[in-house]
Design a protein around this ligand. Sequence first.
Ligand code: TXA
Ligand code: MG
Length: 317
Amino acid sequence: MAQIGTDCLAAKAFLEAGDVVGIPTETVYGLAGNALNPDAVLRIFTVKNRPAFDPLIVHTDTLDKVNRYVTHLPDAARQLAEAVWPGPLTLLLPKRALVPDLTTSGLPTVAIRIPNHPLTLHLLSQLDFPLAAPSANPFGYISPTTAAHVAEQLGDQIPYVLDGGPCGIGVESTIIGFEKDQPTVYRLGGMALEQLTALVGPLTVRDHSTSNPQAPGMLSSHYAPRKPVFLLDPGEQPAETDEQTGALVFTDPLPGIPLENQRILAPGGTVTEAARNLFAHLRALDQLPLARIYAQRVPPEGLGRAVNDRLKRAAAR
Ligand code: TXA
Ligand code: MG
């Protein structure tokens, strides 16, 4: 069973030995291994039960190091990197040969980011390799936002989870790629579109709800709890309200559904809070003896867009 602790030296020793460990980031917890070591990367895919066609994000701690792994940084990428990193933004950039094909699932680009978490930044500064880290959940399940979530699901397969407390942002990083050096959003996430637009102007947002996604993590059934999820628009009432019905609501409980079956995403009414609570609340509802979960869409602004995107995927089956 994985040990949970705050010992960066322990995490470093496991990683240097080619093993994988849970690490905190500001978005969600990652399942980390040496991104340059194909055996460690293979171990990540195995532990997560992740198909090999779904590439990993590479984490490092300085822009200088990013340049060791990519051949070219378009102007817009440099601008975003300097403004946002460390932060909840992943950039798709042309990879150098030292990044194994296994890490990028054979793609010519590598997804890379500098995460904003003090423990993980410290760990990265002590390593002479970057960390490949997908979200630390079994493939297709809800992403973890605490060390305990990681240990519950992957604890029997990994030696250590570095505990950095609950994640401050709560949804995965925003992913941006460059088409003819023009930035395009591939995944809505922890960096709000409004902020990105303020930095680099209007952005194209790719709709990934297709059966042949460019970013395979965009498969429509991602983030799914084990129970069926039905989406509600604000003000819409659920069709069923028996004791086997649960609800994930924005600010106010739904009439008719038992209160103990409901979780409030944002008691203070902000989409930022909703993002921070989303996965923990969805996970808690999934663990109750319910037959169905209703989930209310949140205002489609700021991180609310990423929340609605995850809810839509949780509801898709
Ligand atoms: O916030 C995050 O991004 C978290 C933390 C741990 O950093 N990581 C995360 O990783 O969400 P993961 O593996 O759950 O999602 C990575 C996504 C997948 O949808 C994958 O398909 C996409 O990034 N991706 C990775 N490399 C790519 C590439 N070269 N081109 C297109 N998509 C890529
Ligand atoms: Mg994931």
